[in-house]
Design a protein around this ligand. Structure first.
Ligand code: B12
Ligand code: SF4
Length: 494
């Protein structure tokens, strides 16, 4: 079959190879299908419809509207369509309705896509939602056998069961030819700062067992940690260096340091093979899963930067968001990271329901006082499927249009804390200003940026400083005006 995979063109300030589509492409190619990836952050989404039979589109919530446009276009050519990715996993039935795609993928797409492409009837394809009598219907594929033989595990997400493959090494390497790191524009990689290009993201694990109320990683990747074999991880790194000239690796795992043994094994293997590679952890690691000995080994193997999920300086908030973190640990761990010679980036979230101005200021002051190189202050955003989303729906959901584009953690706006949405936005901006004006951090940041990054950097600052509406009206003129109706009252007919 001829399959086109699309990551939509959207207003991206961070650009990175799309691992998800890379994994899908590799599993489809293994079956002999012809596959092409078009990534809107890299190229125009232009194609000859006659070349393709099935179009798969990926979406996070923030660019779900653009994904819907790509589905609409493919359907207008008479092509079969399937939509997948983080947004869809969190609400598959509603995503099928909103996008009007022919199919939606409930979870990891490798098996789903392969089975669909092999011509199986949709009702027997694992992890698929399809249309039946004008309504979304879940396939009834039976993976009982695979669960008994411990190839899959089932987990309950909300009130729905999802199946995940246990041995993720079975997926092999992503199709790097189609997402060659060197083919991506040198805009802003994840975390903004990098040492050398080309840079490749990899994942060494999938899943996260925690239940932080704002995070959808345990929903998209499952609650059970699934590990790649550290030897295969390092084989992959060597291959990226030799075949694709990669000079830096970004480990994008949700919880890379959860199992110490895994981290040690990956680092020791890099050291043993004398691989010279800079690597970093831009996606955040848990403060309580780091220790001095492990940090030293990470540094020795090439780790130069890591983001730390600190979120709040207030224990009440940390407990409310189910972070399971003791605030008292933070300062010492940040110091240990720095002592190991690794740059430390702090992640902070402001504006949770019930949070007061005083508590937000406490977080900002705490961030400034830590030995951090950089900090990111984002707004509490109710990502679909999370407990925070349920809170938001119960407060505002009824009869309200959902503008998914505004679900970015930089721009989200809700009057649900003990201070107004405007106050949250001001405090977020104040957090950045105060942090970067302390200890000459702004100068250090400016000097660590490359000249080609300055415009994107400025755009990011403007996006944070101005409110969503102002930004979209005057700066992001290309923004799509895609309106959705409230999920509770949306129609369920095709
Ligand atoms: C790397 C990453 C990024 C990279 C993405 C790079 C890229 N081109 O893919 C960058 C840094 C750009 C990024 C940005 C953001 N991200 Co992000 N990101 C991740 C992270 C950590 C890993 C994603 C990954 O590569 N996983 C590995 C691959 C194999 O999995 P995958 O991409 O999900 O793909 C699989 C399935 O989803 C499915 N699938 C995917 N696409 C398709 C398509 C079809 C047709 C099918 C059938 C299946 C399918 O099959 C794939 C293979 O198994 C996830 C965490 C997570 N656990 O998902 C968050 C995550 C996806 N991000 C998230 C968010 C919120 C964001 C931001 C909105 C944050 C922000 N700034 O506000 C931005 C969005 C960009 C923007 N400006 O609008 C949320 C998404 C929630 C949601 N409902 O959309 C997640 C889940 C994190 C979280 N804590 O909740 N992110
Ligand atoms: S924030 Fe980190 S620890 Fe919490 S659920 Fe998400 S990935 Fe897991």
């Amino acid at each position: 079959m001829n399959i086109l995979l699309i990551s939509p063109k959207y207003d991206a300030t961070i650009v990175a190879p799309h691992l998800g589509l890379g994994y899908l492409s590799s599993s489809l190619k293994k079956q002999g299908h012809k596959v092409k990836i078009l990534d809107g952050t890299r190229e125009e989404i232009k194609y000859n419809p006659e070349d393709w039979e099935l179009v798969g589109v990926t979406a996070m919530s923030t660019y779900f509207p653009e994904a819907c446009k790509d589905i609409e276009r493919a359907k207008s050519y008479g092509l079969k369509t399937i939509i997948g990715g983080a947004h869809i996993i969190c609400d598959p039935e509603q995503s099928l309705i909103d996008s009007q795609a022919d199919y939606a993928a409930i979870g990891e797409g490798e098996r789903t896509m392969s089975q669909l492409a092999s011509g199986l009837d949709p009702s027997s394809v694992e992890g698929l939602v399809y249309w039946k009598d004008g309504k979304p219907k879940r396939s009834n594929a039976n993976v009982k056998n695979l669960i008994e033989t411990k190839k899959m595990y089932t987990t309950k997400i909300g009130d729905q069961a999802r199946d995940f493959q246990i041995d993720i090494d079975d997926f092999g390497e992503p199709d790097w030819d189609s997402i060659d790191p060197a083919s991506y524009p040198k805009k802003m990689p994840h975390g903004m700062i990098y040492k050398s290009l080309p840079l490749a993201p990899i994942i060494t694990t999938r899943g996260c067992p925690y239940s932080c109320i704002y995070c959808s990683a345990p929903i998209t990747a499952g609650k059970r940690m699934r590990y790649r074999d550290p030897i295969k991880v390092v084989d992959g790194i060597e291959m990226l260096i030799k075949k694709y000239g990669v000079k830096e690796i970004q480990i994008e795992d949700d919880n890379f340091t959860l199992k110490r043994k895994h981290v040690i094994a990956v680092c020791e293997e890099i050291i043993k093979r004398k691989i010279k590679i800079d690597w970093c952890l831009p996606n955040g690691v848990r403060i309580d899963k780091l220790d001095p000995e492990m940090l030293r080994l990470m540094k020795k193997s090439g780790c130069y930067q890591m983001s730390l999920g600190i979120e709040s300086a207030n224990q009440r908030i940390l407990d409310m968001i189910k972070k399971r973190l003791n605030k008292d640990l933070v300062r010492n761990v940040v110091n240990e990271v720095k002592k190991a010679g690794i740059q430390a980036v702090g992640f902070f979230i402001v504006g949770f329901p019930t949070e007061t101005k005083k508590e937000i200021k406490e977080t900002i002051d705490f961030a400034c006082s830590l030995n951090l190189d950089r900090a990111n202050f984002t707004k509490a955003t109710p990502l679909p499927g999370t407990e925070l989303y349920d809170m938001w729906i119960s407060l505002y959901g009824k009869d309200k249009n959902i503008d998914w584009k505004s679900f970015s953690m930089e721009q989200f706006s809700a009057d649900w804390a003990e201070c107004s949405a405007k106050d949250i936005a001001r405090l977020q901006t104040w957090g950045f200003i105060k942090f970067y004006l302390t200890k000459f951090r702004f100068l250090k940041l400016l000097f660590s940026l490359r000249t080609h990054q300055l415009i994107t950097f400025l755009k990011r600052i403007l996006r944070i400083v101005f409110s969503t509406n102002l930004y979209n009206r005057f700066i992001n003129k290309k923004a799509l005006n895609f309106k959705f109706i409230n999920p509770v009252s949306r129609k369920t007919t095709k």
